[in-house]
Design a protein around this ligand. Structure first.
Ligand SMILES: Nc1ncnc2c1ncn2[C@@H]1O[C@H](COP(=O)(O)OP(=O)(O)OP(=O)(O)O)[C@@H](O)[C@H]1O
Length: 357
């Protein structure tokens, strides 16, 4: 639906030029909840602003269903933005805020009233329609901002960290709410966040960005289970990195030799190299502890940290480095192992992901 093709944005002039986006290409599908995820300063907001029309790219093209978006002024684009700072009018009521854009467009009064009513229902704010927005909570303001952006029925809704001002509990509720709104309206959502958990729980697909470039695009499960490179594996979730020797690659299947000397099947990175030293990533919850002599990586147990839902076992590997195993807790389960015990780390064939770098 949205085709972003080799978009580059350079801010400043020759002497202090800064490349905020570097040949970024991505296709966003219709009705998709698409998330741009990355650390602060990686270019997420700039890319969103290119789609909205607030930033002109230095090079590249952006089309929406084949139409050249770059030739259209921001207000001519079938796109609306929800900002982090809701930007509501405090002296107006909830209903007036939601209807404001429609009135500016010159829509007839009856149509404005009907749409505002539908939007109030959609965001579950009908009871507060006549309150001023200065007299409602942060979460409620967020709903009004969403309703106002959805009211003109844009083809695409751009959301720039819209939940970051909310407290933890409210943010969790609004994550589900946003997901519901997206599937009920069928509008394509492009969502910007630096919060990996938010991205994993809400998105159909995620583009992970770093330093002005997209490093990997995939479903949350793809990105989490099969990170292609160290940056992605490190940025999303917790990961153990193991030095290994790549022996063979056949399609997605790789054979690697671990530092302990054991040879195991791992998953190859797309476009990965042939042979030689590589890094293998293993998620802490994808590994387990085995008695000494049985697993893949022998070592000695260090810290054992209880987190309520799970326990983290820190293993100092004989081959060097530390490996964290995470195990989900069961009620009243006593932990037999303790610091200093000899153990071994084990994980199944194909669990280790060979990284591209
Ligand atoms: N108008 C501008 N002039 C110069 N540099 C800019 C401008 N806008 C953004 N930048 C720079 O471009 C880089 C990317 O900024 P952007 O706002 O896209 O990052 P971001 O990934 O959204 O980060 P955050 O999560 O902190 O908002 C940053 O280093 C920023 O300082």
């Amino acid at each position: 639906m949205i085709e972003i093709d080799r978009v580059t944005k350079v801010f400043g002039s020759a002497a202090d030029a800064f490349r905020a986006l570097d040949t970024v290409s991505v296709t966003i599908r219709q009705n998709e909840f698409f998330t741009l995820l990355g650390p602060s300063g990686c270019g997420k907001t700039t890319l969103l602003r290119v789609i909205a029309g607030f930033v002109d790219p230095t090079e590249g093209s952006v089309t929406l269903e084949g139409q050249d978006l770059l030739r259209l002024a921001p207000y001519e684009r079938p796109v609306n933005t929800v900002f982090q700072s809701y930007a509501l009018f405090p002296h107006m009521t909830v209903a007036q805020n939601i209807g404001f854009g429609l009135e500016m467009q010159g829509k007839p009064g009856e149509e404005v009233r009907r749409t505002v009513g539908e939007m109030l229902d959609l965001v579950r704010m009908s009871e507060l329609a006549d309150r001023r927005t200065s007299e409602i909570s942060g979460g409620q303001q967020q709903r009004v901002a969403l309703a106002r952006a959805l009211a003109p029925r844009p083809r695409v809704l751009l959301l720039d960290e819209p939940l970051s001002a909310l407290d933890f509990k409210l943010r969790k509720d609004m994550q589900l709410e946003l997901k519901r709104l997206q599937s009920e309206t069928g509008i394509t959502f492009v969502f910007v966040t630096h919060d990996q958990e938010e991205a994993l729980t809400m998105s159909d697909r995620i583009a992970v960005m770093n330093a002005g470039a997209i490093r990997q695009i995939g479903s949350p499960r793809d990105i989490y289970d099969h990170p292609a490179e160290r940056f992605v594996a490190d940025f999303i979730g917790d990961t153990n990195f193991l030095e290994a020797e790549l022996l063979t690659v056949e399609g997605e299947r790789a054979e690697v030799r671990l530092a302990s000397g054991r040879e195991i099947a791992a998953r190859a990175a797309e476009g990965g190299a042939g042979q030689g030293p590589v890094t293998v990533a293993v998620r802490p919850e994808h590994a387990d502890l085995a008695p000494e002599g049985e697993g893949l990586l022998p070592g000695r147990l260090g810290d054992v940290v209880y987190f309520g839902t799970d326990t983290h076992f820190h293993v100092d590997l004989d081959a060097g480095g530390r490996f964290v195993v995470r195990r989900q807790n069961q009620p009243d389960q006593a932990e037999a192992r303790g610091r200093g015990d000899r153990v071994s780390v084990r994980f199944g064939p194909g669990v280790g992901q060979v990284l591209r770098d």
